[in-house]
Design a protein around this ligand. Structure first.
Ligand SMILES: Cc1cc2nc3c(=O)[nH]c(=O)nc-3n(C[C@H](O)[C@H](O)[C@H](O)COP(=O)(O)OP(=O)(O)OC[C@H]3O[C@@H](n4cnc5c(N)ncnc54)[C@H](O)[C@@H]3O)c2cc1C
Length: 367
C-alpha cells in the first residue's frame, strides 16, 4: 500500500531520501522553507571521502562515494576525483598517534588508505610545505564537488520520480502531519531532515533531541594551485582545489548557535588566520580572498548521527558533525530503506539520548 510521506528539509539529505523513496514507489511531498540547498548544503565545502575508521561510518562513506561517482556526468553533476591527505606536525605526537590508529581502523574496514612517508607526501603535494610534517596519511577514494549542484540534480530526479517539492513553504509539525501555509496536511510518515532547525521543529512538537547547531567557516582564495585535498590536523584547517583557486575551511565555534540568529558572514579573525596559515603552508605571497562565509553544522553527544524513528510515523535525520554532505547519498538511501521497513542502525538510534544531555561541541574533523 502506498503511504503519504512528508519530508521537512530540501538539503542534500532530504532530497536524496525523497528521490529514493519516490523511486521505490512512495508518495512523497518535500517542504523547504526557503530555496533548495539554502541551508547548510549550499554552504558546504564539498569535500568528499570515505576515510572513516569505524565500521558503520566506513560503509556509509564508501557507499556515498559510489553513488557520487554513479551520478557524475549525469547532467551537470561532477565528482572531481582528487586524493585526500592529512597529517600532523612532527612535534604533535598525540595527533600523529591518532592518525596511525585511524588508518589501521580504515584498513580493517576495507578503506583504501595508507600511512605516507614524508617524501611521498611531498611528491603527492608539491605545492605544500611539508618540512614540519610528521605522521601523514592518504585516502584515494576521494574528491570534491559543488554541493548546490548535487541538490539541483537530486531535486530533478525526485521530481521526475513524482515528488511534490514545495519551496518557500516553512512548516511546523502537527498531529500526524504538518501545518503549511496555515493548512493542516496529514501524512502517514514525517521525516524531519531540517538540518540545524531540526531540534527546534521537534521541540515545537514536544520532542527533545540531543543536538546542538554550531558555526563553521570557509573561504576561497584566488591561488591557482595543483594540490590534493588535505587536512593539517595540528593547525586545524582543511583545503581543496576550487575552480576559483583554493577553498580553505575551519573557524569552528564550539558553542551552540541559534539556528535563526547567527552571523552568516565569516569573522575577520578567521579570515586573517586562514590567510596566514595557508600563505605559510603553500608559500603564497599575498593571496586574495574571493569569498568567505559561515554556516551551521550539527553536533551530538557521541558524534554519531541521530538517524531513525523517534516515534510512530516520526523519523529524524540530523547530527552529522560536519560530515553530512559527503554522507548524504548513503544516508538518504538508508532513510528510504528504513522508512520502507528495514531495521535501523543501532548506533544512530535517536532514542539513545533523552535530549536533556549536557555535552560539549567537538568539531567533526578533530583528531
Ligand atoms: C562552511 C561549511 C563547510 C562544510 N563542508 C562540508 C564538507 O566538505 N563535507 C561534508 O560532508 N559536509 C560539510 N559541511 C556540512 C554539511 O553542509 C551538512 O552536514 C549537510 O549539508 C547537511 O545536509 P542536510 O540536508 O541535513 O541539512 P541542510 O542542508 O541544512 O538542509 C535542511 C533544510 O531544511 C530547511 N528547513 C529548516 N526548517 C524548515 C521548516 N520549518 N520547514 C521547511 N524547511 C525547513 C532549511 O532551510 C534547509 O534547507 C559543511 C558545512 C559548512 C557550514
Amino acid at each position: 500500500m502506498t503511504r503519504e510521506i512528508g519530508i521537512v528539509g530540501g538539503g542534500a539529505v532530504g532530497l536524496t531520501a525523497a528521490s529514493d523513496l519516490a523511486a521505490a514507489g512512495e508518495d512523497v511531498t518535500l517542504f523547504e522553507r526557503d530555496a533548495l540547498a539554502a541551508g547548510s548544503t549550499g554552504r558546504a565545502a564539498g569535500v568528499l571521502y570515505d576515510a572513516y575508521a569505524g565500521e558503520i561510518d566506513a560503509r556509509i562513506g564508501r557507499r556515498s562515494i559510489e553513488r557520487f561517482r554513479e551520478l557524475s556526468g549525469d547532467g551537470e553533476f561532477e565528482f572531481h576525483e582528487t586524493p585526500y591527505v592529512w597529517f600532523a606536525h612532527e612535534d604533535d605526537d598525540r595527533r600523529g598517534d591518532a592518525i596511525r590508529e585511524q588508518v589501521a581502523g580504515m584498513k580493517r574496514h576495507g578503506i583504501d588508505a595508507e600511512l605516507l612517508a614524508p617524501e611521498d607526501l611531498a611528491d603527492l603535494a608539491p605545492a605544500l610545505d611539508t618540512d614540519d610534517a610528521g605522521v601523514a596519511a592518504l585516502a584515494r577514494n576521494a574528491g570534491w564537488t559543488d554541493p548546490a549542484t548535487y541538490a539541483e540534480v537530486m531535486a530533478e530526479r525526485a521530481r521526475a520520480a513524482g515528488v511534490d517539492i514545495r519551496t518557500h513553504t516553512p512548516v511546523s509539525l502537527a498531529e500526524g502531519g504538518v501545518l503549511a501555509d496555515g493548512e493542516r496536511e496529514a501524512f502517514d510518515v514525517m521525516i524531519v531532515a531540517a538540518g540545524a532547525h531540526t531540534k527546534r521543529i521537534l521541540e515545537e512538537a514536544g520532542r527533545s533531541i540531543a543536538m546542538k547547531p554550531y558555526r563553521v567557516q570557509a573561504l576561497v582564495l584566488d591561488a591557482a594551485l595543483e594540490t590534493p585535498m588535505g587536512y593539517d590536523a595540528s593547525a586545524g584547517f582543511y583545503f581543496r582545489p576550487h575552480p576559483d583557486g583554493l577553498l580553505v575551511g575551519d573557524g569552528t565555534e564550539e558553542v551552540e548557535s541559534d539556528p535563526e540568529g547567527w552571523n552568516r558572514e565569516a569573522d575577520g579573525a578567521f579570515v586573517a588566520s586562514a590567510l596566514e596559515r595557508t600563505s605559510e603552508r603553500f608559500g603564497l605571497p599575498e593571496p586574495t580572498v574571493e569569498r568567505a562565509w559561515a554556516g551551521l553544522c550539527t553536533a551530538t553527544p557521541d558524534g554519531d548521527p541521530l538517524l531513525g524513528w523517534l516515534a510512530d510515523g516520526l523519523y529524524v535525520a540530523t547530527g552529522w558533525q560536519g560530515h553530512g554532505f559527503m554522507r548524504a547519498p548513503a544516508l538518504g538511501e538508508r532513510i528510504a530503506r528504513e522508512v520502507r521497513g528495514e531495521p535501523g542502525i543501532g548506533a544512530f538510534d535517536p532514542t539513545r539520548f533523552t535530549g536533556e544531555e549536557e555535552f560539549p561541541i567537538v568539531e567533526g574533523l578533530a583528531l
